[in-house]
Ligand binder design. Sequence first.
Ligand code: HEC
Length: 106
Amino acid sequence: MYVLAITVLGLGSAEAAVYKGQKVYIKKCRKCHGGGLEVAASKKKRTWKKLLKNKGEGMAKLHLENKKAKKSHKYFKSKKFKKRARHLKDFMVEYAKDSGNVPACN
Ligand code: HEC
């Protein structure tokens, strides 16, 4: 659980966005996917950017087309998700597989 500590330590606006994204993740995604950093680190920056561009369109679609993700459909159709998608992207990109992000302030 060192995740929270890291993001709070570095306080620029970029870090604030990352932190917001992390909060969204914990609230909305963790119940199904667990972890956080692990999920972020499972894909490359490019993949996250692609999935989360246009207000998270790709990510929403991926869930809406999957019956197993039914419980998330309401959220992925909501305005809330669209508004937060960019924060989520900041978080995922920050800790992506190829981000080289060892926990530290830059
Ligand atoms: C109701 C449960 C549920 C919620 C909530 C949910 N997901 Fe998913 N997600 C799934 C399921 C089911 C899949 C389909 C793939 C699978 O079977 O694991 C999936 C797939 C994904 C994938 C693609 C997996 C891959 O390896 O290609 C990503 C990325 C993802 N979810 C991220 C998120 C994020 C970020 C959130 C929060 C905004 C979220 N999910 C919320 C259930 C959920």
